[in-house]
Design a protein around this ligand. Structure first.
Ligand SMILES: [Zn+2]
Length: 306
């Protein structure tokens, strides 16, 4: 009797231990990033077979996680016409437990510059710009699905057309009730170390809402820091996909590490996976998850942008 009791306690212990907390791991980040930035995707230019392969890859990642479709969509593609041609965003979501009508968005653009006409290396891989952000969105979707603690609805979006004027985020914002969006975490170029070195990133438009302050508060006690955008003259707040929703009052900001005054591979053929710091990038993605926690669980609501 006594022995079987001890064995039962032992087995129960194994069961409890087996339910591990979900984790964001570098191996997984490297896997996703390497596919998105591979030559096979041909630089992911809008309206090309290359970006279609990237779309299919992201859709399959969402499918593996069993993410529900967004609103009335029948699949993960949000299709529209731009310049007379078909284009699409990729969207998945996680319904909120107690506040399903309040949305938190994680986004990045999956398009890039495409290919050069000639030369030995023709492909603009866009490993940092913005396969890194897209990788973050996929990894965060997987993590937050497994964590299963979101009181608010979370929307994961990969935008097309950022590099040619923001077609994707324009269409998305026009077909979305902006009043329902509590916060938008747009992620752009997080694959290199920031000007402060590792374990840090910046937030564009920091002073326009208290979004950044909330994120900083959630990161207290970690070894990670989010700073206000150090390149205000570059107007980065207005130059990425957050801008469309910010114009509608949404606290929509971009998180980045890109050194805008000295990022040698920016919009170059050399923006390849080998130029990224994947360990640091993994830490940034983990930190975004931590920094978003009080917004996802409904405790904090960032102020609107005027
Ligand atoms: Zn970009």
């Amino acid at each position: 009797m006594k022995n079987s009791f001890i064995i039962s306690v032992f087995l129960f212990g194994i069961l409890v231990q087996g339910q591990e907390k979900p984790m964001i791991q570098q191996e997984e980040i490297a896997r996703i990033e390497s596919v998105l930035a591979s030559d096979k995707m041909e630089g992911r230019a809008i309206f090309t077979p290359g970006i279609d392969s990237a779309s299919v890859f992201i859709e399959n990642e969402f499918k593996k996680m069993n993410l529900p479709f967004f609103k009335e969509l029948k699949n993960y593609r949000q299709e529209f016409v731009a310049q007379g041609k078909a284009a699409n965003n990729v969207i998945g979501m996680l319904p909120g437990k107690s506040k399903p009508d309040e949305y938190v968005i994680f986004s990045a653009h999956y398009d890039h510059l495409g290919m050069k006409k000639n030369g030995e290396d023709k492909v603009f891989n866009g490993a940092n710009d913005d396969a890194s952000g897209t990788t973050a969105v996929i990894a965060l979707a997987k993590y937050l699905k497994e964590l299963n603690q979101n009181e608010r609805t979370i929307i994961f979006v990969a935008f097309t057309g950022e590099e040619v004027g923001g077609f994707g985020s324009k269409y998305f914002s026009e077909n979305m009730d902006a009043k329902k969006v509590v916060a938008m975490f747009n992620i752009e170029m997080i694959g290199t170390d920031s000007k402060w070195g590792k374990n840090s990133a910046y937030i564009t438009g920091f002073e326009k809402s208290d979004f950044g302050t909330i994120l900083q508060q959630n990161l207290k006690g970690s070894n990670f820091n989010f700073y206000p955008d150090p390149y205000p003259k570059q107007q980065l707040f207005y130059r990425s996909d957050n801008a469309r929703l910010a114009a509608l009052g949404v606290p929509a900001h971009t998180i980045s590490t890109s050194k805008m005054d000295s990022e040698p591979n920016y919009h170059k053929l050399s923006d390849e996976v080998s130029s990224l710091d994947l360990a640091n990038m993994t830490e940034i993605i983990k930190s975004i998850a931590i920094s978003a926690q009080s917004i996802i669980n409904g405790q904090d609501t960032p102020s609107r942008i005027k």
